[in-house]
Write a new protein. Sequence first.
Length: 261
Amino acid sequence: MLQELNDWPRAYFERADGNPMLFYVVFGEFANLPEVSSSRYRTEGVFPGLKLTHCSQADQQDVLDDFRTGYVWQEFCHETPELTKAVADARECLILSGTLDDQVNLNYLRDSIGLLTFLIDHGGIAISDPQMFRWWAPNDWKTEVFEADGAVALSHVAILVSEESEPGFNWWHTRGLRKFGRPDLSVHMVSQEFEGAIKDLFERFIEFQALGGIIAEGQEIRMKALPAGMVCRHGGSLEDTNFNNVHVEISPPMSAPGTKH
């Protein structure tokens, strides 16, 4: 009998047009998995609407290899060579994936975190999270994600900083808010003096959206540390490879090229 689990509520929930989408890959060997303990892992298993797919080297080598290529994989290899060698030698992976209707709570994430933790305790070596461009070592996953016993949004969304063509300016953007059925965030032409304020703004919006909030079209940004007149505009598409999601563009830029503050 499954233990009754605590809900993970969304304090600011308003129903949105977005659909939460999860996609995780666990590498390892998974013969004879025991029954998952609901009480230990805080999960009811595969949440309805998601699916757990098994891929093996014997008949799906190309699928396994696709996850072990690209820039993020190379960075993972550089940072943790022993772990990535084990992942490179792994003969199996399990893929937890699916798209859901907008959810009034985050129980789907609770169940998925628990299930993924169970898998790394029973044959899993590492977890790939392509939505936020991250590979998780087991200890990092447990410390930053599972042991929190709640939806710590910043553990599921990456804040990225990319150089603009204009020297001295960066593009701040996120990946991973599609897990919550909400748009990612983007601010172009951020000068160094505003980066702390933009980081604060992003963290607030990530938390707000993860807990079900909706950023209104044309919403004004009112922060003393940022210039007046910045507004939020929805745009993009799910096919946009920069986000793998729609996004909110916060503009105008922090300053025009060549402008001094």
